[in-house]
Design a protein around this ligand. Structure first.
Ligand SMILES: Cc1cc2nc3c(=O)[nH]c(=O)nc-3n(C[C@H](O)[C@H](O)[C@H](O)COP(=O)(O)OP(=O)(O)OC[C@H]3O[C@@H](n4cnc5c(N)ncnc54)[C@H](O)[C@@H]3O)c2cc1C
Length: 308
């Protein structure tokens, strides 16, 4: 049984789009193949006419600054993200998330774009990108568009890219200021299952008095699609950081998310319990990453928060 007829290696986005348009719906983008090849082999994905390998497109492998934002190409591997100094500085939660994905063999080939395009509600890279307020750049025959990351997801494992001739080019998010920090936490079964029981990513902006000025919180899987927990975010704002663990915020978060029982991972009850544990852990982690940015502000904020 063959799973594809032709394997193509374009070197530009335009070439890739042309190949995808040649057999719409019957050709598929492949990056690291860690999700797609299993889907083909286990028949969750019907055999395709062509696989369009995007890992030879230089633009899609790029990581760098772009007009004051940080750009990560969709074909950047998790290993490269974890080691990249720009991302260590500007995207601590993403670096942490990518460092936990699979093992070294998976991280060496699996890409951030593949993690997002697979569309799973608890994909680690996706959850971290949501907390960073990332936008996605999508290329289609008609041109390119930059859209909020959330808008790509339309159902469990379904994105606006599926069945179409679109290509995810990369992700953009703001550079980090000294008052900002982020962190990622997850609970995972030790073996055999690739997706977290629960994961959480938090991005914070503190004001000089140690008050949370802005927050972005994403939890996976908190419903059929990856998304942010905006009710809990709103409650965090205007609070001193040590209040961010409060029961009121946890209650709002628990009401906002839909945690369900999965035979492969955990019961809903266990997930709700873990939600509180992860929330209590992630606030100090995100604050520590604010503190890591600028030692001068660090001390000041640390004292006002009572963590110095
Ligand atoms: C052993 C193992 C452990 C894993 N552990 C984890 C884990 O801990 N956390 C986690 O989140 N995931 C995990 N995964 C899942 C997987 O490795 C990641 O989701 C990975 O990032 C997928 O990237 P890829 O490049 O391999 O995607 P591929 O398999 O190449 O593609 C996945 C899907 O995305 C589409 N696609 C890929 N790139 C693009 C693009 N640029 N534009 C449009 N569509 C695109 C493909 O057509 C396909 O539908 C694991 C997988 C395995 C096998």
């Amino acid at each position: 049984m063959t799973f594809w007829d032709r394997y193509l290696r374009p070197t530009t986005v335009d070439e890739a789009l042309q190949e995808l348009a040649r057999a719409p719906g019957e050709s598929r983008v492949i990056a690291g193949g860690t999700d797609l090849l299993l889907d083909l082999q286990q028949r969750r994905q019907a055999p395709v006419r062509a696989l369009v390998d995007i890992t030879g497109i230089a633009e899609l492998c790029d990581i760098g600054e772009q007009d004051g934002s940080i750009f990560i190409g969709a074909a950047a591997t998790h290993s490269r993200i974890v080691e990249h100094s720009l991302l260590i500085r500007h995207a601590p939660c993403l670096v942490e998330a990518c460092s936990l994905i699979g093992g070294p063999q998976v991280r060496n080939v699996a890409t951030l774009g593949g993690n997002v395009a697979h569309g799973l509600p608890a994909a680690d890279g996706t959850i971290a990108l949501l907390a960073l307020g990332a936008q996605a750049i999508v290329a289609e025959a008609g041109g390119r568009r930059t859209v909020p990351l959330e808008s790509l997801f339309v159902g469990p494992g379904q994105t606006t890219l599926r069945g179409r001739t679109a290509l995810l080019v990369g992700f953009l998010f703001p550079q980090r200021d000294a008052q900002e920090g982020s962190a990622f936490q997850r609970i995972m079964r030790p073996q055999g299952v690739a997706i977290a029981i629960l994961n959480i990513a938090l991005w914070l902006r503190m004001d000089a008095a140690g008050i949370i000025a802005q927050a972005r919180l994403a939890v996976g899987p908190c419903g059929p699609m990856p998304r942010r927990a905006t009710a809990a975010e709103a409650l965090m704002c205007g609070q001193p950081a040590n209040v961010a663990n409060s029961e009121r915020i946890l209650k709002a978060l628990a009401e906002d998310v839909q945690l369900r029982t999965s035979v492969h991972r955990a019961s809903a009850e266990y997930r709700y319990h873990v939600l509180g544990v992860l929330l209590r852990r992630i606030v100090p982690s995100a604050l520590a990453s604010v503190a890591g940015a600028l030692p001068a502000i660090d001390q000041e904020l640390g004292e006002s928060r009572g963590i110095g």
